[in-house]
Design a protein around this ligand. Structure first.
Ligand SMILES: [Zn+2]
Length: 181
């Protein structure tokens, strides 16, 4: 472990999340994710509202990851959540999309595979590894029908919006989350 990465983990990853983060970092994919989080100085915190439950989310504009408190009860889910959110940080976009969620889901599943653990959402299945953005969107909507961002009436686009237009997308998505809260 490089000095910088060690320092990042000690200073920026809260103690309740640290062991799981380090476990994630022990895999090749998890290591890459941790390094990108360290480079971007991402902050990981436990959800202060308690509303996320088993869910987690990333506010990429301010590089902040909120991890749902329930995930502390189940180590594999916690590692999976950390890897999923770290993938959002790695992808760097300010607004979300199905394309981006798909990458986050399969990247987290890859970390689980490298740990020898099953992916709780089944994203480690071979037939799910090369979906088109449209197919991925369909699959995610079916898996999380009630999700305010990527459920049956999604607030995110299939394709990633890049550049300054991402701010408009971000506003729409934040509004969808606020309405659901
Ligand atoms: Zn996500």
């Amino acid at each position: 472990m490089t000095m910088t990465l060690q320092k990042y983990v000690d200073q920026r990853i809260p103690s309740q999340l640290r062991e799981a983060f380090v476990e994630m970092m022990g895999t090749p994919t998890g290591r890459r994710l941790a390094e990108s989080s360290a480079r971007r100085r991402a902050r990981y915190i436990l959800d202060p509202t308690g509303k996320l439950g088993w869910g987690s989310m990333t506010v990429n504009l301010v590089r902040l990851v909120l991890i749902g408190r329930e995930t502390l009860q189940h180590r594999p889910t916690l590692i999976n959540s950390l890897a999923h959110e770290a993938s959002h940080i790695e992808q760097k976009y300010i607004s979300d999309s199905f394309e981006q969620e798909y990458t986050a889901f399969v990247t987290a599943a890859q970390v689980m595979t490298e740990l020898g653990l099953p992916d709780s959402f089944g994203w480690d299945a071979p037939e799910l590894q090369s979906l088109s953005p449209e197919q991925a969107a369909q699959k995610i909507m079916e898996m999380f029908p009630d999700h305010p961002l990527y459920g049956i009436s999604p607030a995110i686009p299939v394709y990633q919006v890049r550049g300054p237009r991402g701010l408009i997308e971000l506003a729409k998505q934040a509004w969808a989350l606020l309405k659901a809260a």
